[in-house]
Design a protein around this ligand. Structure first.
Ligand SMILES: Nc1nc2c(ncn2[C@@H]2O[C@H](COP(=O)(O)OP(=O)(O)O)[C@@H](O)[C@H]2O)c(=O)[nH]1
Ligand SMILES: [Mg+2]
Length: 294
């Protein structure tokens, strides 16, 4: 962060005290997210500058559980959290009790400073988009303000500019994603030699430091992280149980996932729901009339 502009951060909504305590702590938590096989674990290893997370080509997910690794970068203590498949629609079956998602929260508490959304260069698919939606479903839409899009397979750029690639791509969903993440993106060749890898990490950490500055040093937080912070005195099992319970309670229920199912909650229904109900009744009546008049 070099010559940090403290004066600018004094004006930050998070308050000078919080920024100062974050600076004193000098700890950065980075959370790797994205669909399986994009290179999350390999990117984690590049950041840590050593082979810490298991990373390999496979037809099924290699990373099965959340794992952390740490390193020093400039004057920061950096903690990297690698994640298994927590963001695809299959997570509902794979993690029905919200245990692994609860571990993800506890391992990143009191909150990540940045979420690295990992995707492969030139291969941004519907699954990547679903994973991004999964990230927002798990942490809240506000997480976009902390996201950096990390493209792996940088070597495929052949020395070209990433910014130009993102600007010129005909993949509209990708352009929208990068815009939603404030234009923050960088690329990694996780198979590059040491010097080049270090330069890539420097570029990423530059983006992360900017994020940290913009948020007055405070990590991302939400009600689940707040809850996690109040559970300090409990056993690890009890902490996990409470966090998993909160995640289960805030997950959209079946009635929220199916638009018309919301109608069953009619006693609490908002005016828009009554409009929907009226519309459905009208369409039903018209359909009956049509059948009768045939
Ligand atoms: N060529 C190339 N391969 C990569 C890169 N990053 C990751 N990989 C490979 O992609 C495969 C999946 O990587 P992995 O880290 O296990 O993905 P994860 O499931 O998202 O954690 C492995 O074979 C990696 O070596 C990269 O930048 N370039
Ligand atoms: Mg992995």
């Amino acid at each position: 962060m070099g010559g940090r502009k403290v004066a600018r951060d004094e004006e930050n909504a998070y308050g000078f005290q919080e920024f100062r305590s974050a600076l004193q702590e000098r700890r950065l938590r980075l959370l790797l997210a994205g669909r399986s096989g994009t290179g999350k674990s390999a990117t984690g290893n590049s950041i840590l500058q050593r082979k810490h997370f298991l990373s390999r080509l496979a037809t099924t997910a290699v990373t099965r559980a959340c794992a952390t690794g740490s390193c020093c970068w400039a004057s920061w203590d950096v903690e990297v959290l690698d994640t298994p498949d927590l963001f695809s629609p299959e997570v509902a079956q794979a993690d029905p009790g919200f245990k692994e998602r609860g571990r993800c929260y506890l391992l990143s508490a009191p909150g990540p400073h940045a979420v690295l959304l990992v995707t492969q260069l030139g291969r941004f698919t519907a699954q990547d988009l679903q994973a991004w939606r999964g990230v927002k479903a798990l942490f809240g839409a506000g997480i976009a303000a902390r996201a950096v899009v990390v493209f792996t397979r940088r070597e495929d750029l052949d020395g070209g500019s990433l910014q130009q690639y993102v600007r010129d791509t005909d993949n509209r969903a990708l352009r929208e994603l990068v815009a939603e993440c404030g234009g923050r993106c960088c690329a990694f060749d996780n198979r590059a030699a040491d010097g080049e890898r270090e330069a890539q990490v420097r570029e990423l950490m530059g983006l992360v430091e900017e994020l940290v500055r913009d948020h007055g040093g405070a990590p991302y937080t939400n009600d689940v992280y707040h809850l996690a912070q109040t559970l300090g005195g409990l056993s690890p099992e009890e902490r996990l149980r409470r966090v998993a319970e909160r995640l289960a309670a805030r997950a959209p229920s079946w009635s929220e996932r199916w638009p018309l199912a919301g109608l069953w909650r009619w006693p609490k229904a908002a005016p828009e729901t009554w409009c929907k109900l009226g519309l459905v009744a009208l369409l039903g009546a018209l359909f009956l009339l049509y059948l009768l008049c045939r």
